[in-house]
Design a protein around this ligand. Structure first.
Ligand code: SF4
Length: 416
């Protein structure tokens, strides 16, 4: 059972409970949590699930799945889309892709339609003799980014409130880990989107401007025609899909890697155990290429990688042995903050060819990394996965036989 520290409001105090669902894993786990609590409170009939359909840029079957998930719990389902045009129309008109700083896609494609539905649902209540109370539920999790970490799990949405309604925003799974999300989905028995089993870690837009490099490369493999459409638009408007990588580069990487990403792993080589850190220069250069392990009573001794199989291709996995809170400030430019994983989690740090760096003073290899085979200069390991491991005691393993691009987190914890 999940011991949550997220604030839980009295659901019976609300006239409308709106659950925003992308159809993805976090929305799915949140829906299960909200419906479970609402059923216990006797207010399941106040729930409406809203899915904002993104058209052909979202994973095929997402809208149907979101509807099915709502039907499973017997709650009302509403689907909306932006009436003034879909995402790529917006990009063409603006001449710029959205970004973390200018996330117009979310406000226009999701927040706007949600506001309109709230207005409709409140109107349906008729005259209550007081402002209607609306609880707007979203599946954001703190570990996803620094910005999300800072959000309160329950807050008044003043901009959406008016004389006719008060709107509170609730993040029911704010403090959940990804493992907890998958555990809840497995327990619920409700179907989840097949893109996860094809190597994706997020859903919604197949090619999201905020996705990890590995997700983008994998998505370009799974949906080459959509990636080509993005690349054409990129060329047309003369603005890169992202500062750090163009869609053309993503397609090149997708074509370079074999599409059968998750081939069977034939061997595991244990590299060492200790507290995981990485040299400061890796963050400063954005290479994120090597890590080191500290051991001993005060975690002051380096683990040596003398016997590591240098040159061997494979997947670098951190198996979490012991956890603690990391004091790392994170990567502010990327909105990445360290999060504490669960003991037993298996976190894929990356895939490539193993190399070691020798400490000049000690004369032994104390850092280990994987060099990718696509000659990129940044993100040799997955920064998001690294910040799930910083300061944690892990057993580092090289898993051989996998062609995975490698950033899927804890595939063993997914629903069977
Ligand atoms: S999934 Fe990504 S690109 Fe799509 S609307 Fe959301 S933030 Fe924007």
């Amino acid at each position: 059972m999940h011991a949550s520290t997220t604030e839980v409001p009295n659901l019976a105090a609300y006239d409308v409970i709106l659950v925003n669902s992308s159809g993805g894993k976090d929305s799915q786990a949140m829906l299960d949590e909200v419906c479970t609590l609402a059923e216990a409170t006797g207010v399941l009939d106040r729930i409406t699930v809203l899915h904002c359909a993104l058209g052909h840029v979202e994973w095929p079957g997402t809208s149907e799945l979101a509807r099915k998930q709502a039907e499973h719990y017997g709650v009302r389902y509403e689907q909306r889309h932006r009436e003034q045009g879909q995402l790529l129309d917006q990009v063409r008109r603006r001449g710029r892709w959205p970004s973390a700083a200018a996330r117009y896609c979310t406000s226009d494609q999701k927040r706007g339609p949600a506001r309109k539905l709230i207005t409709q649902l409140v109107a349906e209540l008729g005259d209550l003799g007081r402002p209607a109370r609306v609880l707007n539920c979203m599946g954001l999790r703190a570990e996803e980014s620094r910005a999300r970490l800072k959000k309160a799990s329950l807050s008044r949405d003043e901009a959406a409130s008016s004389g006719r309604r008060t709107v509170d925003t609730w993040l029911p799974i704010h403090d959940w880990t990804e493992t907890q999300v998958w555990q809840r989905i497995r327990t619920s028995g409700v179907p989840y989107h097949p893109a996860y089993d094809q190597g994706m870690t997020r859903l919604s837009c197949s090619l999201c401007v905020l996705a990890s490099r590995a997700d983008l490369v994998r998505a370009a493999q799974l949906r080459p025609e959509l990636a080509a459409e993005y690349a054409d638009l990129e060329a047309e408007i003369g603005h890169r899909f992202r500062n750090d990588m163009s869609m053309a580069e993503i397609i090149a990487a997708a074509e370079h890697h074999p599409t059968s990403e998750h081939t069977e792993e034939t061997a595991t080589i244990e590299l060492g155990q200790g507290e995981l850190w990485w040299p400061r220069s890796e963050r400063q250069t954005d290479r994120y290429g090597t890590v080191f392990l500290l051991t001993g009573p005060d975690a002051e001794d380096y683990v040596s990688f003398e016997n590591a199989p240098v040159g061997q291709p494979g997947r670098l996995v951190a198996v979490v042995v012991e956890t603690r809170r990391s004091g790392h400030c994170g990567d502010i430019a990327r909105s990445l903050a360290p999060v504490t994983p669960m003991v037993g989690e298996e976190i894929t740090l990356g895939a490539g060819r193993l190399f070691t760096d020798t400490d000049a003073d000690l004369g032994v290899p104390t850092a280990v990394g994987l060099a990718p085979d696509d000659h990129r200069n940044t993100d040799w390991l997955d920064p998001r996965a690294l910040y799930c491991c910083h300061s944690q005691t892990v057993r580092l393993e090289l898993r051989i036989g996998s062609q995975a691009n490698g950033c899927a987190r804890d595939s063993t914890s997914r629903a069977a």
